[in-house]
Design a binder for this molecule. Structure first.
Ligand code: ZN
Ligand code: ZN
Length: 105
């Protein structure tokens, strides 16, 4: 079931991680949500967004077109791509979530 969505997303995610290197103290699960790119992210991210009605899992505000979307792994396990473990949040909200956890990712 999940495998179907997994390859496309993990592929693009990995590319993001490679580009960003070790700079980010966060998950590295940042994707760029836009109508143009939505085809690239028709897996976990778009499912997450649909489930959350295109609003942020943290602050509840809607994502705008072209706004960066972070996928937060709720249990902190970055290999856990089960839909229930993923939450789409704003970049700033994601920072906030992790800052609230004593700086540890
Ligand atoms: Zn937010
Ligand atoms: Zn996170």
């Amino acid at each position: 079931l999940i495998k179907k969505a997994f390859p496309a997303v993990s592929y693009s995610e990995n590319r993001h991680i490679n580009v960003k290197g070790n700079k980010s103290p966060y998950d590295g699960d940042e994707v760029y949500w836009s109508k143009r790119n939505s085809k690239l992210y028709d897996g976990a991210t778009s499912k997450c967004l649909k489930r959350q009605d295109h609003s942020c899992g943290h602050c509840g505000l809607k994502f705008m077109d072209d706004e960066r979307v972070h996928l937060h792994h709720i249990d902190g396990e970055h290999s856990n791509w089960k839909p229930k473990n993923l939450m789409a949040v704003h970049h700033s909200c994601h920072q906030y979530i992790h800052m609230g956890k004593t700086g540890k990712v």
